[in-house]
Design a protein around this ligand. Sequence first.
Ligand SMILES: Cc1cc2nc3c(=O)[nH]c(=O)nc-3n(C[C@H](O)[C@H](O)[C@H](O)COP(=O)(O)O)c2cc1C
Length: 735
Amino acid sequence: MLRRLHGLPGIALALALAVTALSGTVLSVQPALNHVAAPAIPASASVADVAGAVAARHPGVSAIRLRADGSLTAAFDDGGTRGVERIDPATGAGLGPYAVSDTTRFITNLHRAFLMGDAGRVAAAIGALAMLGLSVSGLLLLARRLGGMGALLRPIRGTPAQRWHGELGRLAAVGLILSSLTGLWMSAGTFGLLPEKAAMTPAIAASGGAPAPVGTLSSLNSVKLRDLRELTFPDPADPTDVFTLVTADGERLVDAATGATLAMTPAPALERMNDLVRTLHTGRGAWVLGLLLGLASAMVPVLGGTGLVLWLRRRAARPRIGANVPARAADTVILVGSEGNSTWGFAGTLHAALAAAGHKVHTAAMNDVSAAHMAAPRLLVLAATYGEGAAPQSARHFLSRLAKLPGHPAVAVLGFGDRSFPHFCRFARDVADALDARGCPQLLPMKRVDRRSPQEFAQWGHDLGDVLGHDLVLTHVAEPPKTTRLALAGRELYGEAVGAPVAILRFTAPVDPRTGAPGPLPAFEAGDLVGIVPPVNEKLGDAMPRFYSLASSTRDGVLEICVRLRAGGLCSTFLHALQPGEGIDAFIRENPTFRPAKGRGPLILIGAGAGIGPLAGFVRANAAGRPVHLYWGGRSAASDFLYEHELAQHLAERRLTTLRTAFSRDADGSAYVQDRIAADAPRLRELVKQGAQILVCGGRDMAEAVTRALEPVVRPLGLDLPTLKSSGRYVEDVY
Ligand SMILES: Cc1cc2nc3c(=O)[nH]c(=O)nc-3n(C[C@H](O)[C@H](O)[C@H](O)COP(=O)(O)O)c2cc1C
């Protein structure tokens, strides 16, 4: 619901909001420019000083005004010459005619009314209301993603569009909420929706004496010029008329002959409120605030653009479920818990495969769980996890609704998550536990899919097929990737002597026959993933992509991966057999969570075997020479020391600060990488104390051993790995 409120209206209004916001940004600079340009008002100057000096030059002066834009002006009609003049507050001297530039008038009109008069003013008010709604709902959505209001300032993970949208959104939200609230208040004033200002009732008789020189009037002498709003002069033709002096405090009537204050009407609360609201909206008289509000407004078009990207992606990711049998008639119900919609893609694949196998399948969002779903013989739950192990968007109400429903279908729960989060697939676990606690028989134990792995999903499908008594081949490609043809440019083979062949493979785009040089590579960074689609295997019919961590970035001019040959592995066998010049079909999948944090803080890189790939890429990219400490484990220094020469060179060039290797099959001092970590505990503790980020890449067993070795390293610092993980200081790329 919240997402629907935020998404579509945001897209629909993006253009109008961008116009209002950008014109607001332009206007917001005005108070700062005026602050610089307008002459300063001396602290000691009184209203009488300036009024006296102006009256001396302009006998027909009718009003002196200290305007919200900071300029002091006088309106006069000296028998024929009329005008409004800017006044030097220090001397009362004229500084030339006062005029608002056509450009400012145009932009103000654009900002307030889209250049369309009253209809435009209504549209601007609706825009302000929409901006308020978008800012508040955006903050709530972000809080939910990050694990609650208290977590709002945590690092934001996700795709670049997600990160930009979140980072800029939370920066701008307070300013946008303030601007839209105050804008709404001002619109209400424009449309007469606020109570009218009480009419002044000066049933006051002036003394009627001969007017004294204005510079000598005591009531004008006692008011500082900087407190002035407006001083209106009496009509010279009317001896009973008086001066009207308006300040922030109120309005006083001053006798033109005696200078006495005849009446003082304090400013009504509403008027003070109006003043405050105007200052908060325009930044007039508060130019720093003005600039901050302008900056927040300037982010609106970027938020609109990134929002559009996110919305389109989410739409594209949500498949149309074909042949969705009504829930009551279904033998199998699939419930989906998703936020980014990718889980819907998996659900679509599962739905189609089950339907093809003859099942009557109904698919729905977990939030919509009903008695009909729970009455089905079989319930399959596919659930992602967000925030601190919380439910995704389409499953937030599932557990509370489930508790109120009858029914005990046989269930299988499949969690979708990311191992680098401290609560891997936690929500799916909670769902499985809740279904278990109510006594639903289990079709399969709960399983978890890491980073949308098509292989893990296919394996689960295979297991489910076993239980259902038929084959269930789940071939899911999250978004049919657009592949690029790449050609093998070079290969180095390691580890054959120790039974663990690993190849470093370098690809370039095929040579362009016209230029004779390789074409451009797609954009990627070390640590991103390359999906490689192996040739279709006749027996398995399998053309699912396999993912490898990238050891290079586009800047290096090659796409480099380390591939361990796995017995029976379709893709690794294909890649190891590849000859220079032969091609692959590949696509890039960003992996923004597995990157060195920005800055110059130390990095601790830990890996084993082919896991060195992205770590070597991070070292290679470290031209700035930040401290980087690499721990790596292989089998034998003589056989599988990947990147040996390159790392030696990086050490010499200070791209790499220290290198600790461990070889498990070497006779003298065989060891694993976790042994090196344990032995180096004091040094590593000191690095973590300095704010080091730890990046781990390699097999699951190695990663678990590394976790066990690191816990005692960080514990004396009052830290643990889940804490480091949640702040992005411990990131893993594990397979
Ligand atoms: C902001 C954010 C928070 C996440 N939190 C978790 C988490 O706590 N545990 C987890 O296992 N996965 C977490 N993930 C990973 C998602 O669950 C995973 O990418 C899932 O496949 C997304 O499915 P969906 O696109 O259907 O929402 C998070 C992802 C994002 C973007």
